[in-house]
Write a protein that binds this ligand. Structure first.
Ligand SMILES: [Fe+2]
Length: 145
């Protein structure tokens, strides 16, 4: 596990060299859409723990998929985005407009994205390892019962 966290730290360090306005991205989410039916409805990202003024960066992978923005329940931007496209969404904009990946009528293969953010709460790797260990022990205990 230590080897894995070292690799993650290396990726984060490299990624942050590309950061906007010296923002440190420290939170990554990977999404996967198996086909045209997989989707996520309009939403605002939960920003309770975002660094104020920071940016969310969404980098698309796989086959081209539609991405949409909505303001006051009206879609005002809808575009099919190719792999490698990056969307920069700032903290304030995320509060005002919603975004989503709608289902599509035409056949689409696998796609997805990596979403990066700057969050305030940093959990040290030692604590992460301890929590994983605790969770595994609990899971094993529940399996036996
Ligand atoms: Fe989102």
């Amino acid at each position: 596990m230590k080897d894995f966290s070292d690799k993650v730290n290396l990726v984060l360090t490299k990624y942050n060299l590309l950061g906007k306005e010296n923002q440190k991205h420290n939170h990554f989410i990977i999404t996967k859409y198996k086909n045209e039916k997989d989707n996520i409805g309009f939403h605002n990202d939960k920003d309770r723990d975002f660094e104020p003024g920071s940016w969310v960066v969404i980098v698309k992978f796989g086959e081209a998929r539609k991405f949409e923005f909505q303001y006051e329940d009206k879609t005002f931007w809808s575009k099919k985005l190719d792999a490698g496209t990056a969307i920069f969404l700032n903290y304030e904009t995320n509060r005002i407009i919603k975004h989503g990946v709608p289902d599509m009528k035409e056949k689409v293969g696998m796609s997805g994205s990596v979403v990066t953010r700057s969050i305030k709460t940093v959990i040290p790797w030692d604590t992460v390892h301890k929590n994983i260990e605790k969770s595994n022990k609990l899971r094993n205990k529940n399996k036996k019962e």
